[in-house]
Design a protein around this ligand. Sequence first.
Ligand code: PRP
Ligand code: HPA
Ligand code: MG
Length: 184
Amino acid sequence: MDPRDCKDELAEILITEEEMQERLAEMAQQISADYAGKNLLLVGVLKGAIMVMADLSRKIAIPVEMDWMAVSSYGSGTKSSGVVRILKDLDTDLAGRHVLIVEDIIDSGLTLSWLVRNLENRGAASVKIAAALRKKEAAKVEVDVEYLGFDIPNDFVVGYGLDYAEKYRTLPCVAKLSPHVYEK
Ligand SMILES: O=P(O)(O)OC[C@H]1O[C@H](OP(=O)(O)OP(=O)(O)O)[C@H](O)[C@@H]1O
Ligand code: HPA
Ligand SMILES: [Mg+2]
């Protein structure tokens, strides 16, 4: 979807498609160097992480495996409920595995702090995070992120996998949603 096709619903483009792809290439280069010789498992968090998983994984120069989890704390609203539910679990046994969680956004941090602990408790050799976006001012818990795309302001954003009521995920950029869209 081209951002021009829904420009009345977007307040501002924060990260263009080009900026995102360039930053992901840098992150992938670092990941390739850091995990060289290791058997890396990328764990994507559905559904928001689909775009960053697709783009980041293809820029990583070493062989990787991929698995998916679905956890949800937002439902269809714009605020985290704070309650994390597993909607779909991994197929992979994590014992001894080097795991890199791939996420679209760290907002309150509640989802990832819960997920890191959950995966560590399954006996992974290491559990680290790669996230495209982080809202630093929204943190309710601190999350250590090893590979970060961009820090963004504390506004509700859409695009690049991020939705509002399941819409806008296919925008290639990250944009601030106009409040009139969710206040009506
Ligand atoms: O740091 P937090 O405040 O916990 O927020 C981050 C999480 O919220 C979003 O998922 P959501 O629950 O909206 O599911 P979705 O990816 O299917 O849209 C996003 O994709 C992250 O997983
Ligand atoms: O800003 C956001 N936009 C969409 N989904 C989200 N999930 C957490 N934060 C956000
Ligand atoms: Mg969502």
